[in-house]
Design a protein around this ligand. Structure first.
Ligand SMILES: [Zn+2]
Ligand SMILES: [Zn+2]
Length: 318
């Protein structure tokens, strides 16, 4: 990350805290949970009838494998490394992370990073591309806000200015190349599970079920986990750290999101390599960054600093 962008993030981070928008009513809480849970239950309900003919252990293994690769590409790569510069990486790791993140079908890398830097620069204020708090605090406004923050924002035509928010990536030939490869990587992320499933089971049917579960369903699952950080983690959860926005730590998706749901901690200290900074807060991405550090692939890792944590901690919480 360029010093210009870095200082921009830091300066905004230190800005005075604006007025918050109040507390959610039980009705609003109910709506948020309803939207988050029902589709997932529908998917889970499809599993038992499919088991044995349209879904098997090979598919499950491929889902876990491809989910982990793409998720870590987004969390360690697109997010902690490229957006926030939480560590420095060797060229090989840098390119690998850019490629893996690009297989998540969340858009090309430069646009992703520019959007997310804009999110931090304007978090939960006018200018934030995906805040759930832009429409008000009534049940109706929050339902609209949840939809907007979760996925509605992507259907707007506005384009984040990459020249302003991601100048460091625009001038990097490796990243430019990966950015251009996005359509091919998208095809690859759907076809690779099909190929693997077909070869392992040596059948067209195995290729088809792997394509469905480890291709399509896996991408959809990661989409919703990532989007939940934008929507749910700006609405529900604990706020142990002072941040100038509504970001919150929400435990349930901590494992599936590979540590990204400790989102209040992240907004309080955006360039930190570990989001689950407190005891018992599982952060798989941070653990892997530690492995990269030990292997010498990652250097200058910004691990949590006790004095900064203490300064940002709210006095009223444990
Ligand atoms: Zn956020
Ligand atoms: Zn971030």
């Amino acid at each position: 990350m360029s010093t210009q962008v870095e200082s921009n993030v830091r300066r905004v981070d230190a800005a005075p805290q604006p007025m918050l928008a109040g507390e959610k009513s039980p009705a609003e809480m109910f709506l948020v949970k309803l939207f988050a849970v029902i589709p997932a239950l529908a998917l889970a309900a499809a599993v038992p009838p499919a088991w044995g003919w349209g879904l098997g252990w090979v598919d499950v293994g491929l889902v876990a494998f491809f989910y982990s690769l793409t998720c870590l590409g987004v969390t360690i790569g697109f997010h902690r490394y490229f957006t926030h510069g939480a560590f420095k990486a060797t060229r090989a790791l840098r390119i690998t992370l850019a490629v893996l993140g690009s297989t998540a079908m969340q858009g090309p890398i430069i646009g992703w990073v520019a959007d997310h830097r804009r999110h931090h620069a304007y978090a939960d204020r006018e200018g934030d591309p995906h805040s759930p708090w832009l429409f008000g605090t009534s049940a109706r406004a929050l339902a609209k806000g949840f939809w907007h923050a979760h996925m509605g924002w992507m259907f707007r035509r506005e384009l984040t200015n990459a020249a302003r928010f991601a100048p460091d990536l625009l001038t990097d030939p490796d990243i430019q190349r990966v950015n251009r490869w996005f359509p091919a990587l998208t095809a690859g992320t759907l076809l690779a599970p099909a190929l693997a499933g077909g070869l392992i089971t040596w059948s067209w049917w195995g290729a088809l079920t792997a394509f469905f579960w480890a291709g399509l369903v896996r991408v959809a699952l990661l989409h919703h986990v990532t989007w939940s950080v934008n929507s749910i983690c700006h609405m529900i959860g604990d706020r142990p750290f002072t941040a100038r926005d509504k970001s919150a730590n929400f435990r349930p998706p901590a494992i599936l999101s590979m540590g990204e749901s400790w989102h209040n901690s992240h907004h309080a200290d955006p360039t930190c390599a570990r989001h689950g900074v407190r005891r018992g807060q599982i952060d798989i991405s941070a653990r892997l960054i530690r492995v990269f550090e030990k292997l010498g692939w990652a250097t200058n890792v910004r691990w949590p600093r006790p004095e900064r944590l203490a300064r940002n901690l709210r006095s009223t919480t444990s």
